[in-house]
Write a protein that binds this ligand. Structure first.
Ligand code: DC
Length: 230
């Protein structure tokens, strides 16, 4: 088990997926689970400012997650929402939905069930994996990068996609989200005490993949030899 946490814009998803591929492990994107719950909430016209209504509507959410690092599969009620979860309205609403404690409990239970369902290794990516979901994970990586580096990457992505983008606005939005994520009451974004922190600000994606693989490899060896993980 590798637990990988950190804010968005660090290359975390790509790195986690590549790491899973290289290790022959399964891959679980927990952000995709909160996004799928958001699709459900939007489809059912639930008031986003009403946490109790969100909790009610998502109770018993019919969500099915695939764990293949080569092809993400997210299904709601038997219908694929793999693309839908990446759309802008979902991205805009997901913070409100993912802050609802009843929903978090339900999804954390499902995350644990997926990991335990099968003895094969798994790389689990999110915000609270090393702190809340799997506090005993043998390997915990916290991937970070400066707000400026993350904003620069998002801005470059937008420009490549032909979307209007102002660097200053992107930076302000990154900083606003960081503030919300790290100060929220339930599962705030922060590194676990025993997580290995890596800063990808000055690294290319390939360099980040290599650095994380090296850290994970070292930590896995240490945990197999029975020593205490640093
Ligand atoms: O990584 P992402 O952007 O796809 O995550 C979507 C949202 O879900 C983001 O607002 C943070 C939240 N999230 C969370 O609260 N806990 C997780 N374990 C993963 C994601």
């Amino acid at each position: 088990m590798v637990a990988m946490d950190g804010p968005s814009g660090t290359g975390k998803s790509t790195v986690a997926r590549r790491l899973a591929e290289n290790l022959g492990a399964r891959y679980l994107d927990t952000g995709a689970m909160y996004r799928a719950a958001t699709v459900w909430v939007l489809d059912h016209d639930v008031d986003l400012t009403d946490p109790a209504a969100i909790a009610d509507s998502t109770d018993g959410l019919p969500l099915a997650m695939g764990c293949d690092p080569l092809g993400e599969q997210v299904e709601l009620d038997g219908v694929s929402v793999t693309r839908r979860i990446r759309e802008d309205d979902v991205t805009a609403a997901v913070s409100a939905v993912s802050a609802v404690p009843e929903l978090r409990e339900q999804l954390v239970d499902y995350q644990r069930a997926i990991a335990e369902d099968d003895a094969s290794p798994i790389v689990v990516e999110g915000r609270d994996i090393g702190t809340v979901v799997f506090p005993d994970a043998p390997v915990k990586v916290y991937l970070t990068a400066s707000a400026e580096a993350r904003a620069q990457r998002r801005h470059a992505q937008n420009t490549e996609l032909g979307l209007p983008s102002e660097y200053d606005e992107v930076l302000a939005s990154v900083q606003r989200r960081d503030g919300l994520d790290s100060t929220r009451k339930v599962s705030p974004l922060r590194p676990a005490e025993d997580a290995i922190e890596l800063d990808s600000s000055e690294m290319t994606l390939e360099e980040t993949v290599a650095a994380v693989a090296e850290v994970a490899d070292r930590a896995l060896q240490v945990s197999r030899s029975g020593e205490v993980t640093p």
